[in-house]
Design a protein around this ligand. Sequence first.
Ligand code: ADP
Ligand code: MG
Length: 247
Amino acid sequence: MLRLEKVHKAFDGFLAVNGAELHVEKGQLVAVIGPNGAGKTTLFNLITGQLKADRGRVIFNGEDITKLPTHDICRRGIARSFQLANIFHRLSVFRNIQVSVLSQQRKSNNLFRPAQSMGVNETTRILESVGLQNKADHIAGSLSHGDQRILEIAIALGNQPQMLVLDEPTAGMSPEETARTMLLIKRLADTRGLTILFCEHDMDVVFDAAQSIMVMNYGKTIIQGKPEEVRKSRAVQEAYLGGEEDA
Ligand code: ADP
Ligand code: MG
């Protein structure tokens, strides 16, 4: 479904992504791991179009999306969450999701129907699928950190994506919130047939959830394989032992 071919991205001559490769099959839960500064967030930005690759290609469903603007990539079915939660803090949980559902249905600028009445069924369905239905009326900014991150995933679902790209979905969460979030992510992959690409610094989380793991260091792909292959890899052990943190 997704293939990255030798993508490069430099910031002022510094190669944040330096020839990384990645492949994601439909329906898979794929993790990208690597020490801080390895280039994971930059790589995700190249996939979703926030940044453009200097070299290399991003192929989605057989189509070269390397140079497409973010909204075109989103329309083709890739939605993302950010390392820091990106929500409308002063709107209710329900409205946050509804705005996303309406923008997907492109009804948000229909002047002849009150926006509040539109997209309600789909919004409710998404709320239930992430377990936030009891907090529909809460102001988003008042939610716990964990719930804000889950709301962000719900907002991404409003785009009816084929693929979700999640940048450290459990960052800053308590162990309980992390477990709940990973359960949710696995369930979304199972029940909605979603393909999910995520990066994460907690190794236990990654090895428990991912079907395929890509290890990055210094902007390069060290290996991509099944968890057991990655765990055995000498290069990975060296990257982590020799690397900074996160090990
Ligand atoms: P990760 O998500 O794996 O921690 P990042 O992709 O955020 O890594 O960063 C990779 C490297 O690129 C880091 O050294 C970071 O400082 C650098 N970098 C990221 N974004 C920018 C930017 N907009 N301008 C300059 N340097 C950047
Ligand atoms: Mg990052």
